[in-house]
Design a protein. Structure first.
Length: 243
């Protein structure tokens, strides 16, 4: 059994989950004990108080938060708000008060009037990552309030996208899913780390897993951190190939 997460305050969590390199891509997902990524269609049904606390620490550590368009719609994403502990822990020193959201979308099935784009602060504008074949009219509308990044021709080239984020000084990337985006990042060899919360819930048949999409070769992960709180496990895995 791991250490009890409730004995680790936010400062200790920030230390344990500090990014090991300036350019590092971390995924953060929650799953049921039987492997489901959602409960009643949302990841929030699997979350626990410790998971939510770690969620905010991970956001505070990140330079940018990446998520697929479907996830931002289903989970009703808004521009990131600052958590109370960030300032006292110095998590945002030398950086904007909040990390920007980077939405990945091939089709640009997005509403340019959504607060995710219109309410973001000037120093943390929402980023839209798309491809050249995306609808030009929607792209032009999004460019009025968001930072639109084109990576790839007919589909989003995630290697190009990650390189472009790095070029903007956004090296510490936190991917919050969903499963399709996490699967694509894994298949491209871009995922350095997976933070997985295992919720003590049996979801039953039906819900998908935390990765989806095109199959890829299995790869080894090394367990770097294991915490526990009231039956919920918090696993920090690093890729054996990362470094």
């Amino acid at each position: 059994m791991g250490d009890a997460v409730f004995e680790a305050d936010d400062a200790e969590l920030a230390r344990r989950y500090a990014y090991p390199a300036e350019r590092w891509l971390r995924g953060n997902m929650v799953a049921s004990a039987d492997g489901a990524s959602t409960l009643d269609g949302l990841s929030g049904g699997l979350s626990t108080p410790g998971d939510r606390r770690l969620f905010w620490v991970l956001r505070g550590l990140a330079d940018v938060i990446m998520a697929g368009a479907g996830t931002t719609r289903a989970e009703h994403y808004h521009p990131t708000r600052a958590a109370g502990s960030w300032a006292s822990l110095g998590l945002r020193d030398g950086r904007p008060a909040t990390p920007p959201i980077a939405v990945v979308s091939r089709s640009l099935d997005l509403d340019p009037a959504d607060p995710l784009f219109t309410a973001a602060p000037a120093d943390a504008k929402t980023i839209v990552i798309t491809c050249a074949s995306a609808p030009a009219d929607v792209r032009a509308a999004l460019e009025r309030t968001a930072d639109v990044l084109v990576a790839g021709e007919a589909a989003v080239d995630l290697k190009q996208a990650v390189a472009a984020l790095h070029d903007r000084g956004l090296g510490r990337i936190l991917c919050e899913g969903g499963p399709s985006l996490l699967g694509q990042l894994s298949a491209a060899g871009l995922l350095d780390e997976l933070c997985l919360t295992v919720s003590p819930v049996l979801a039953g048949p039906g819900p998908g897993r935390i990765v989806a999409g095109t199959p890829f070769l299995a790869r080894r992960l090394d367990l770097a951190v294991l915490l526990e709180e009231n039956g919920t496990l918090f696993c920090r895995y690093t890729s054996a190939a990362a470094g």
